[in-house]
Structure formats: structure tokens, C-alpha cells
Write a protein that binds this ligand. Sequence first.
Ligand code: NDP
Length: 327
Amino acid sequence: AKIWTLKNVFEAVPKQNDFELVEEALQPLQDDEILIEALYLSLDPYIRFAATSQKVLHGEQVARILDSKASGFPVGSLVCVHAGWRSHTVVNVTVPRSFGTQVELIEDDSEINPSLWLGAAGMPGVTAYLAFLEKCDPKAGEVVVVSAASGAVGSIVGQLAKLKGLTVIGIAGTKEKCNYIKELGYDYAINYKEDNIYKALDAASPQGVDIYFDNVGGGISDAVYRKLREKGRVLVCGRIAINSNREESGISWHRDILYKQLKIQGFIVLRPENLLHFSRARKDLITLLKEGKIKAKEHITEGFENMPQAFIELFTGSNFGKALIKV
Ligand code: NDP
């Protein structure tokens, strides 16, 4: 097996020489074990924070079963599993994986590309579904702002918000991404690298913002908080702008939390109480994808050896869509 390991703990944005590729011989299978070969590996921003002292980098993959001593997991079928940045892995299907997740068999009849199990019908999509639909109390006619709006999470939040009848404002880092989110149905797209965010938000939401789905933190969030209306809701989903050397957070919005009596909450999809709802959310997302009610863009880099570079690019905005490695 080929394995990407962590050589140095990341300082701010990860660098190529923080990673080391090693080879490992695999042991023969025991009962309840399967041998899998990665087809797609997921690149997610959280891996930066999860990479502390563990040797193999965290990550989920869609893989094919090459050999099996586990009932219900036949050779040739596909699984979705937290197996780390590994080309081949021996997995015991009865033992919980990272964050308490399980090995999941990808149903033959799901009729969507299996790579979507890592994106729109996987962890990022489920995050969007549960955090936006079930935590933000969205109502038709309200205004929501989504940051990192073209990304794996943001693009689904925006589309779900449109299906619910909200006015949706997306913030993204390039013209192409802004055009794309408009195609997805966003009412307004703000390019935070070219537009004045404060003025653009004033123009798009003269009455103010009801919900902010915050994927980034930092200066973008400072601007959006100031536009929140009384009793607004904020879902803090991510902080990709923090500590990435591009922007540091201000805390001016603390004042707004106080005086506008805002309700703010965080959400981590890979916590036991949220994992309980994962399958239900995934099922609904697969239906929406099959019916063409939501769309998913993937940013696929070929080659296991290119994992570190493709991961690093998440933090420069080079990915346009859910970042995946195809082996
Ligand atoms: P994306 O697919 O959106 O990829 C990351 C994108 O973030 C980049 O393409 C870039 O787009 C944007 N970005 C990078 N650096 C900055 C910066 N300094 N300022 C503003 N934008 C930046 O990633 P995901 O959709 O998978 O994740 C989005 C957020 O959601 C992340 O913060 C992630 O950690 C979080 N998350 C949280 C989960 C939870 O359970 N709470 C679960 C999954 C994800 P652009 O060109 O537009 O800047």
C-alpha cells in the first residue's frame, strides 16, 4: 500500500514537504476484514486541523473491495470509509473508524456517481443539509448569505435555500465561481477579491440579512455580521480564512451579537449526535441529485501522488467544486 503520512505538523497553510509518501506491506485478511483499493479520495479543509500528531492523514475514500472475509461485503462492491490517505487498506468492518463512523456499502441502485458519496451526497452535502435546514430555521422570503459559496458545502446550502424560497447571496473568490453560483440559482454573487463586500451586501440586501452560513470567518464574516438583522441566525460551519495567512479575524461582530440578540451556533457533522442523522440526510440528497433539483461540481485531480498538492490548493482557492483525487 502507498500511504501519505504527515512529516511536519502544518504551520498555517500546508506545504508539500510536510507530507511523506511511504509504502507498507499489508497483512493477510482475518475474519470480518476486507481489502480495499481507493478509487476516489476526499480532500477536505478540516484535514488541516485534524492533522496533529497522527501519522497517516485523515480522510474518507470510495474504494473497491478486492478481497473479503466479511459477510455482507462482497468482492467487487464499493464502500465509503474513513481509511486515511492510503491506496490500499485492510479494514475490519465491525470496528468503528475515525470520528465513530462505520464502513458503508454503496448501494448498487443509488444511480449517482459513487464519487458523490464524498461530496454532495457525503460529508459536505450532509453538513449543508443538517446545518442549514435543521439548525438555521430558514423561512421563505428570508435572506441568507453563504461564504465559500461555490464549494462543496456552500453550493449545497445555496441550492437548498433556493428550494426553500429564500433570497440567496453567495460570496466567492473568482468571477468563474460567481458565474457558477448564479447558474445554480443564487440571486446575488459577490466576488470578495474584487468587490467591496460592504457595498455589495448593501446593494444585495438593503433590508439586511436573516441568516449567515459562515464557512470562512475572518474579514468576510466581519462584513456579513454587520448586515445581520435583529434576531438573525448565524451557523458557524468553518473557518478556512483563519490562520491561512490570507486574512485574520477581527472581532467587531461581537458587538452585533450582543445588541441584535443574535443566535449563533456551531455545527460539526462528525459528532455522534449528528452522525445519527447522516443516512437520512444522505438519502434525501441522493433523491434531490437524481431528480436534478440540486447539482454538484467536482474538482478532480488524477493520481494518488498528487494528493498533497491538491490538498494545499484548497487553501488558495484553486479548487472549483468538491476536491477529489481519482486514483
Ligand atoms: P470548499 O470546497 O469550499 O473549498 C475551500 C474553498 O474555500 C476554496 O476553494 C476557496 O474558495 C475558499 N477559501 C480558501 N481560503 C479562503 C480564505 N482565506 N478566505 C475565504 N475563502 C477561502 O470546501 P468545503 O465546502 O468542503 O468546506 C467549506 C468550509 O466548511 C470549510 O471551512 C470547512 O472546514 C467547513 N466544513 C465544516 C464541516 C462541519 O461539520 N462543521 C463539515 C465540512 C466542511 P474561494 O475561491 O471562493 O475563496
